[in-house]
Design a protein around this ligand. Sequence first.
Ligand code: FES
Ligand code: FES
Length: 211
Amino acid sequence: MHNPVDLEISRRDLLVATAASVAITAAPSVAGAQTPTPETPFSSKVSFTVNGEVRDLDIDTRTSLLDALREHLHLTGTKKGCDHGQCGACTVIVDGRRINSCLTLAVMHEGDTITTIEGLGKPGNLHPMQAAFVKHDGFQCGYCTPGQICSAVAVLEEIRANVPSHVSGDLTVEARVSPDEIRERMSGNICRCGAYSNILDAINEVAGRQA
Ligand code: FES
Ligand code: FES
């Protein structure tokens, strides 16, 4: 039969042993994982042209193009909405095609040509799409507007290049600007203020001028 004192010692010994094993498990392995330092191991040089100007950066390789534009180049016209590729607020034009800049890493764009809303036009010399958005009240709060405008500019280029969309009925005929084509192609750009009908009017007007 066990003496109660022996049992008490055994229980205490067990607790000490358990605590020691947890501490060993939780301690970082000296030989294994390195403690990442934010700068050196993960940074890389990248060079691209933004709004006509060559920009050289040495950045963390995990930086999205959106954050590179906003935080490193201080081009804050491009907006961060969802940061998950779902709203289109971060749309910029890269080598003539629109992309969600939150979904791509800056270091993937070596040598690319990037146009942001700041590069389309300036106050007093607006791009026709910017002027049409103003004329047709294509915005309320304006947060989605840079992405909407960059997307709209690229959409008209897509149609002109005869790139079909999901609603293009006949792939053997030339793509044409129509409200359905514009709605479909602009469907990745969300406007929480619901300015969609005025956005459509603005794009239609520019398409009509360019047709
Ligand atoms: Fe990029 Fe929403 S911020 S899609
Ligand atoms: Fe407010 Fe589009 S104008 S989200």
